[in-house]
Design a protein. Structure first.
Length: 203
């Protein structure tokens, strides 16, 4: 979900597929001249049936990763926040009878690492973060996305940040460089879920 080594230009060179792809996404976002951004990452879960949204005031970044070189813990991602946007997000979910709190919290690495690689440091628009639910309910998270979609009509970009998954146990526990058997089928399912008809996404 956006490991800090993504910022290593040796491991992820600027002309490589991942770095150039993220930079293209960042350029596309900037070209939209949005009023703000709401980002969601897999590193923040609130309650089983409640949410939290950041942005009521600026807070330091969260370095929620362990065992990496010291330089990664000095990385910065300059950005602004917007308490009014936080309140707007809260209003949308409260209208759906979802419990949600506005909180003071910095961006976690699942958000800021990816956004930095995308070239969105010092973006001319505020960036706030919304939590996920602390459960694995597909329907609840699809509804979360449907609620956020309203913001797009208001000039707000909604970003699901990070990679689809990383299995560190398999990554570090094997000397093999070949793909695990589950990787390509899972990747295909993610692609179908994201790009397929909305009527099929809950399945």
């Amino acid at each position: 979900h956006g490991g800090p080594n993504l910022l290593d230009d040796t491991e992820y060179p600027p002309n490589g597929a991942i770095a150039s792809g993220l930079r293209a996404i960042g350029d596309e976002i900037k070209a939209l001249s949005p009023r703000g951004m709401v980002v969601v990452s897999g590193h923040w879960e609130a309650g089983a049936s409640s949410l939290q949204v950041s942005g009521i005031r600026a807070e330091p970044l969260i370095y929620d990763f362990y065992g990496f070189p010291a330089s990664y813990y000095k990385q910065q991602f300059p950005h602004t926040v917007d308490p009014q946007l936080s309140q707007r997000v809260a209003e949308l979910f409260k209208a759906q009878n979802v419990l949600i709190d506005t909180v003071a919290r910095g961006l976690d690495h699942g958000a800021w690492v990816v956004l930095k690689k995308a070239g969105l440091a010092n973006a001319p628009f505020p960036i706030i973060q919304l939590s996920l639910y602390k459960n694995e309910s597909m329907n609840m998270h699809v509804q979360l996305g449907e609620t956020l979609a309203e913001l797009r009509k208001e000039g707000i970009v909604v970003v699901g940040s990070g990679m689809a998954v990383h299995n560190l146990r398999d990554l570090f526990g094997s000397r093999s460089t070949s793909l695990r058997s589950y990787v390509e089928p899972f990747d295909k399912q993610i692609e179908q879920a994201v790009l397929g008809p909305s009527s099929e996404r809950k399945n």
